[in-house]
Design a protein around this ligand. Structure first.
Ligand SMILES: [Zn+2]
Length: 70
């Protein structure tokens, strides 16, 4: 385990960070890498967008009546 995380590790941290809170160390490693790596920065932005879109599509809305449309 080196000081600099690899792109693969950062990709994992980015996607895990959407599901759970990363530790301070994990966040720092990710941030430091994102500063110098355009590819991972783009990846992070796309993941955030994708996740937001997914969430809008999959909101469980059991309380809403009239669920039988369509
Ligand atoms: Zn990278």
């Amino acid at each position: 385990m080196g000081l600099k995380p690899t792109c693969r590790e950062v990709h994992r941290l980015v996607s895990e960070g959407l599901d759970r809170d990363l530790s301070l160390v994990e966040r720092m490693r990710m941030r430091m890498h994102l500063v110098v790596c355009d590819a991972c920065r783009n990846f992070g932005g796309q993941m955030a967008l994708l996740r937001r879109a997914m969430r809008q599509l999959t909101i469980p809305d059991d309380s809403a009546p009239g669920h039988d449309a369509k």
